[in-house]
Design a protein around this ligand. Structure first.
Ligand code: AMP
Length: 396
């Protein structure tokens, strides 16, 4: 397989699927440019080699229709500032304007195509549309991890028109390498920390991880279902009664596979789901009627911290409590700090798949984690052990 480091883009027009789906305010101003900055290493490598870059992305959900409010034009102007050079804009991703501007592109130049999702063929993974896109470039680069779990035209189908010249961009490669370090051949012990609101959204992740980790820490709202599955009193906590058997099956499987399972032993409880609720602490299996567990307690923090600090590989997905509310964020803060501390002592840590990424950013710890994933849904599916179509298409 070709890689960004080995591929020579000199004289080539690279058709690059990027994720420029950046958040904007009501006036169209970019409010968070993380995704735009994340593509710079790939674009700069292409340009520095003496190639040119044709960038394609989606923005928002225009549902297959042109929508001026979701145009990529202002994002192109923003990107131009980041790159320190002009970004030519094509008013449609296919058709005469795109073709003419792609044909006229010279080494060192950048072209951005209009929002792919203005065409229903993009999300439908249409072959003809994919082929038309493919004709704009000589080599295909996929650097959009956030959409790698979707078999869309630009993320997956287009790759078949580049039998040899197809590769992952730097960002995509970093995501793949990080998951490989955790799920492929991890340094042991490997500990997975899974939290968040519901067991139902994490069943596949838990089942995949249980075959791979040495220790499994379960926190957040989903831990209540595990506590109740073991006959604990969970009061008014969030519990999925239809998943009690599933929780018991996971507990049994962990025991059979020799995975050390950590479920909270104490909790911070509240008499309402509110920032200003009355709060208390109690055993996780003795939550009084009318009260709910909204964070893990100090004994659970100590036990989870000890497990994290003896690990060489860490994977964290999902907060330990309702971290958006100050009274219930201590568990998530403590786990984030423990993961950062273990990392500083040489462990490899991957934080990915949604709110735990928001948590490490909010607590200012992102730069103390080995890798913080950029893809929410894509990372969750990857951790479930699924083959992501955008990855398979480039590897195949
Ligand atoms: P998820 O999207 O499944 O990762 O869940 C993240 C959400 O879970 C966050 O918004 C948290 O507020 C919520 N959460 C975490 N712990 C609890 C809890 N003990 N009870 C209710 N919700 C929780």
């Amino acid at each position: 397989m070709q890689t960004m480091d080995s591929y020579d883009f000199s004289g080539k027009k690279a058709l690059v699927r990027v994720d420029l789906n950046v958040p904007q305010d009501a006036n169209g101003q970019v409010t968070d440019d993380t995704r735009a900055r994340a593509i710079l290493p790939t674009v700069n490598k292409i340009l520095n080699d003496g190639g040119s870059a044709i960038l394609m992305s989606h923005l928002g959900r225009p549902k297959g229709k042109a929508n001026p409010g979701m145009s990529l034009k202002p994002i192109g102007e923003y990107l131009s500032g980041l790159l320190g050079k002009p970004v030519v804009f094509a008013t449609d991703c296919v058709g005469p304007d795109a073709q003419a501007k792609a044909a006229a592109l010279k080494p060192g130049e950048v072209l951005l195509l209009e929002n792919l999702r203005f065409h229903p063929e993009e999300e439908a993974g249409d072959e003809t549309f994919s082929k038309t896109l493919s004709q704009l470039g000589d080599v295909y680069v996929n650097d959009a991890f956030g959409t790698a779990h979707r078999a869309h035209a630009s993320t997956t189908i287009v790759a078949k028109f580049f039998p040899i010249d197809k590769l992952f961009g730097h960002l995509m490669q970093a995501e793949i390498d990080s998951v490989g370090k955790v799920l492929g051949h991890p340094q042991r012990p490997m500990t997975a920390i899974v939290g968040g609101s519901k067991v139902s959204s994490k069943i596949d992740v838990l089942q995949n991880l249980i075959g791979k980790c040495d220790e499994l820490i379960i926190g957040g709202g989903m831990a209540n279902t595990f506590v109740k599955a073991q006959e604990g009193q969970t009061g008014a906590s969030l519990v999925e009664d239809d998943l009690l058997d599933t929780a018991r099956a996971i507990i049994k499987e962990a025991a059979e596979k020799g995975v050390k399972l950590h479920i909270p032993t104490d909790a911070v409880v509240a008499d309402a789901f509110a920032e200003n609720a009355n709060t208390d602490q109690c055993a996780a299996d003795a939550v009084p009627d009318g009260w709910m567990a909204l964070d893990i307690g100090p004994k659970s923090i100590d036990a989870f911290r000890a497990a994290i600090l003896r690990s060489k590989t860490l994977l964290w997905n999902g907060p330990m409590g309702v971290f958006e509310m100050k009274p219930f964020q201590q568990g998530t803060v403590a786990i984030a700090q423990a993961v950062a501390e273990a990392t500083s002592k040489g462990a490899f840590s991957l934080v990915g798949g949604g709110d735990s990424v928001a948590a490490v950013n909010q607590f200012g710890l992102a730069d103390k984690i080995s890798y913080v994933s950029t893809g929410g849904g894509a990372m969750l599916e990857y951790l479930e052990g699924k083959v992501l179509p955008g990855i398979a298409a480039v590897q195949g």
